[in-house]
Design a protein around this ligand. Structure first.
Ligand SMILES: C[S@@+](CC[C@H](N)C(=O)[O-])C[C@H]1O[C@@H](n2cnc3c(N)ncnc32)[C@H](O)[C@@H]1O
Length: 213
């Protein structure tokens, strides 16, 4: 498969430039706390030492929510195109001290991940598939998931806040029908979660728990 490198460089340079702003604004809107609450409620049963991937981890807010939820036996890997985002992600999870050693970050493209087939029990992704072809991104995620492995995916919603994010961060807005169709071609959708109106994350995102077909 040919990876469009020009687009990759654009996204990388864009996030290298704005990552501090992104990090502060998402901390301000209690994004991590909402993610942590969702994961506490909905995380599926995983193997004793689960292998988990955060695809397009950015500043590591979802990675950190995972770290707090899955327990210290987990091995978590975060990948992102932007080297500066990875530096920030290391600070985000390193600040907490404890299980930092089991979290690894690397600069990589989620369309062409440097992992063997079936390497992970759970893949989480938020705000990254909006930069790529949804079908190709989901198919690469399915490739690295073990049989019966889980995907937690937080797609953008076509709301005012969703469009504001899409324009501000140069994302594509996939319509709910397209999301459902693309996800269903590789995964069984177990649940779709609507966040409470009091949680800013819910103004622009939903969360889907899916299992590899
Ligand atoms: C909106 S941020 C989301 C960050 C984080 N997942 C979160 O929820 O806060 C999007 C991130 O996806 C990354 N990204 C975009 N396209 C990517 C790709 N093809 N491979 C890896 N990372 C990518 C960007 O560099 C950026 O850090």
């Amino acid at each position: 498969m040919k990876i469009p490198t020009e687009h990759v460089l654009d996204v990388e340079a864009f996030y290298d430039r704005i990552i501090r702003f992104y990090d502060i604004s998402f901390k301000f809107n209690r994004y991590s706390r909402s993610l942590e609450r969702y994961l506490n409620d909905r995380l599926p049963a995983l193997p004793e030492k689960p292998r988990i991937l955060d695809a397009g981890c950015g500043p590591g807010l979802l990675t950190e929510a995972l770290r707090k939820t899955v327990g210290c036996q987990a091995r978590i890997v975060g990948i992102d195109l932007s080297a500066k985002s990875i530096e920030v992600a290391k600070q985000t999870v390193g600040g907490a001290g404890n299980s930092f050693n089991k979290i690894q970050f690397m600069q990589a493209n989620l369309l062409n991940m440097p992992f063997h087939d079936e390497s992970f029990d759970l893949v989480v992704t938020s705000g990254a598939l909006e930069y790529v072809s949804l079908q190709i991104g989901l198919s690469e995620i399915a490739r690295v998931l073990a049989p019966g492995g889980y995907l937690i995916y937080l797609p953008l919603r076509p709301t005012l806040a969703g469009y504001f994010l899409a324009v501000s961060f140069r994302m594509k807005m996939y319509m709910p029908d397209e999301v459902l169709e693309s996800v269903s071609s590789r995964f069984r959708i177990i649940s779709e979660h609507l966040f409470k109106a009091s949680e800013p994350i819910g103004w622009s995102k939903t969360a889907m728990l899916c299992r590899k077909l």
